[in-house]
Design a protein. Sequence first.
Length: 169
Amino acid sequence: MIPSLLLVGLAQAQVPVQADSGAPRSTDGAFSAERTGGAFGLGLAVGAPSGLTAKLGFSELHGVQFTAGGDLGIVGDYAVTGDYIVHLRPFPATDGYAVPLHVGAGFNLSGNTAWLPGTFLMGPRAVFGATVLVQTLPLELYVEAAPTFYVWEQLSWSFDGQIGTRWFF
């Protein structure tokens, strides 16, 4: 309950953020002063899960991200993840680059057609990561970790990690 309230509080905060020029900018828009492109990004991710990834920003402070694919090196594995994320900017943008951090909460739905056919694992997950943005490109590079606690079908846990890139339209 407390982490949910913290995420909602962070998402509702209206804190001005400094761009490279030093001029304050609003955090209400769907477009970012830290990169070109729109609010929707599509790309590829490697890790757990590896596959297609998408992100939709509601503002520069928060959005949702999704990945569909499978865990690298595990035959027959598949997973779908979805997260609500909040962006934090503890580091100032310099020389056309920015490195915002993100935290969030979401879900993981996983299964394996080779080892456990017909079995689905589902549970909540926490997400922690960092993103590299280049002001002149509609591209983001990110790395994240996501501990997951499976509560449906079988009680279990996993610690997923992912490196990926998204192109924003």
